[in-house]
Design a protein around this ligand. Structure first.
Ligand code: FES
Ligand code: FE2
Length: 345
């Protein structure tokens, strides 16, 4: 069961063009995306109403799309405007159009009732389009239920174990306690690890060897978007009080979008605010993040295979799972509310 009346990331801006049809399945629904003559993103159901061929195997003609099985042509609203060798176009010859908004390099899609699509609910990821930050956009495909990835992102106590040589480093990090604040639409997690060794990836970037004060402060909001302020600063330089002198700072934007019940899209980026004129630093940071995310990918797929062997297995909650529990509770509550609303309608 998916939450439908919410904004999901459908794609990075650079994935969608005016010359090629781009296909991505979201919440079990095939979607075709492209740009019209004005560069605006169009998203239609990627299934021709004639015999069900994917429109994404068709071609763009003057900003519209033609199915290349038997030639039906659709405008950007999903309405069929031409059927070869036939004058009358039946009313059923149309496909769903989805509401999409392009903001800060992400294309957001609303898979539910378009009348409820509220632009003010789109999370702010300003640093993805700011001259003060650098990053490399990326994407990973997962063959697991997206809740398993959300669980991973909601508990960073795994950093020093799973990411010992990449993001984590000292196991002292796991002993630091995270503060979890419940939000209406998710959780806010704050974790400080003071006077500890820098994370391996920070060592790689800065050459620092002295201890630092480290922080990970992030919101994880419905339906699965992580927005994080993190960094490291010289010990006692006042970072915890809000000062950032001498610090290296990062902003992370990560978004999970279910593909099916058992597969997920994972959009991610880690931006830095230093060495802005050094693409090699951006590339190094990205490579380190990708290496760490591969560690997550391996573990979460292994966990998925393990869970699949025993459908009756019950996870054992620990205090570190506080944020996971709240997020799952919130999602289930919203999904149930949505279901009862649509049942009543
Ligand atoms: S399936 Fe698209 S035109 Fe026939
Ligand atoms: Fe991880």
């Amino acid at each position: 069961m998916f939450l439908k009346n919410t904004w999901y990331v459908a794609a990075w801006s650079h994935e969608v063009s005016s010359t090629t049809l781009f296909s991505r399945t979201i919440l079990n629904t095939p979607v075709v995306l492209w740009r019209d003559g004005d560069g605006a993103v169009v998203a239609l159901q990627d299934r021709c109403p004639h015999r069900g061929a994917p429109l994404s195997k068709g071609r763009i003609e003057d900003g519209t799309v033609r199915c290349m099985y038997h030639g039906l042509k659709f405008d950007t609203h999903g309405k069929c405007v031409q059927i070869p060798a036939q004058d009358r176009i039946p009313p059923a010859a149309c496909v769903n159009k989805f509401t999409v908004v392009e903001r800060n390099k992400w294309i957001w899609i609303w898979m539910g009732d378009a009348a409820l699509a509220d632009l003010s609910l789109i999370p702010d990821t300003f640093w993805l389009e700011s001259p003060d930050w650098r990053y490399q956009p990326d994407y990973i495909h997962y063959d697991v239920d997206y809740f398993l990835i959300a669980d991973n992102l909601l508990d960073f106590s795994h950093l020093p174990f799973l990411h010992e040589t990449t993001l984590g480093g000292s196991s002292g990090y796991a002993e630091s306690r995270a503060t979890v604040d419940r939000l209406d639409n998710g959780v806010k997690i704050t974790r400080w690890f003071t006077d500890g060794p820098p994370a391996p990836f920070v060592k790689n970037l800065t050459g620092w060897t002295d201890n630092v004060d480290r922080w990970n402060i992030y919101d994880f909001v419905l339906p699965g978007v992580l927005l994080m302020d993190s960094g490291s600063a010289p010990v006692g330089s006042g970072a915890q009080q809000g000062g950032r002198d001498g610090a290296v700072q990062f902003r992370s934007a990560q978004a999970l979008t279910p593909e099916t019940e058992n597969s997920s899209h994972y959009f991610f980026s880690q931006a830095h605010d230093f060495a802005l004129d050094q693409p090699a630093v951006t590339a190094q940071l990205h490579a380190d993040i990708v290496a760490a995310f591969k560690e997550d990918w391996d573990m979460i797929h292994a966990q998925h295979r393990s869970l699949a062997l025993d459908p009756n297995f019950k996870m054992m909650p620990l205090p570190v799972d506080n944020a996971l529990g709240h997020f799952r509770w919130l999602m289930n509550k919203r999904i149930a509310a949505e279901q009862s609303l649509s049942a009543a309608a």
